[in-house]
Design a protein around this ligand. Structure first.
Ligand code: VGL
Ligand code: ZN
Length: 201
């Protein structure tokens, strides 16, 4: 029975230097992420995968600027520069990332009306992505998370996983943050509150 999974979050060109929503040093994590893969029973990649008319893009809101907040029916939403558009080069995984050994690639954010930071639930916190069912069927209880960005998709994934009852470790040395208005400090505090272990190697 498989027990442990490495969840590799959104290690895509648009979140790396030169990309549409570049995270500082995003590409630096790739060698470590590749090296970690052999230590796990199950390897999962997530891929941010938005239609061009996605409601999280500032361009799709008249007069809105990137990084401002809007109220959506499911709560406040940060408006981002257009990124990870389905089929684009920016949505592709970083070219150095070892993807051949992944058991599953889970796409998220593909519905125009709702964003999905977490690998488990969309931003309404109730529409499932299917990852929990997959991991349960594979007999996984322990998750290690790596990827981009620490304070958005890694944070939401880690907190949801802890709430679902997994033992969760975030390898902070294999993550990089956007750090918008204190979001990294808030992410650390929320993850700690939910019992997520933040490790540096
Ligand atoms: C992410 C903002 C928008 C992430 C995805 O992967 O952390 N952040 N879409
Ligand atoms: Zn996105």
């Amino acid at each position: 029975m498989a027990g442990s999974a490495l969840i590799m979050i959104d290690i895509q060109n648009d979140f790396c230097p030169g990309g549409a929503l570049a995270v500082g040093g995003g590409d630096e994590i790739v060698p470590l992420v590749n090296a970690l893969q052999a230590d796990f029973d199950v390897r999962v990649l997530t891929q941010d995968w938005h239609p061009a008319d996605h409601s999280s893009f500032a361009d799709n809101h008249a007069g809105a600027t990137p990084y401002s907040l809007v109220d959506m029916p499911y709560g406040p939403q940060v408006l981002w520069p257009a990124h990870c558009v389905q089929g684009s080069a920016g949505a592709a995984f970083h070219g150095g990332l070892q993807t051949d050994s992944a058991d599953l690639i889970i796409r998220k954010g593909f519905r125009a009306a709702i964003d999905s930071y977490s690998a488990f639930f969309e931003n309404d916190h109730e529409t499932p992505t299917g990852l929990h069912g997959y991991l349960q069927e594979r007999g996984v209880s322990d998750l290690t998370m790596v990827g981009l960005a620490t304070d958005f998709c890694v944070r939401f994934s880690a907190v949801d996983a802890a709430k679902l009852g997994y033992n969760v470790t975030v390898r902070m040395d294999a993550c990089r943050a956007i750090d918008l208005d204190g979001s990294l400090a808030a992410a650390r505090a929320e993850m700690a509150e939910h019992g997520v272990v933040m490790a540096d190697g």
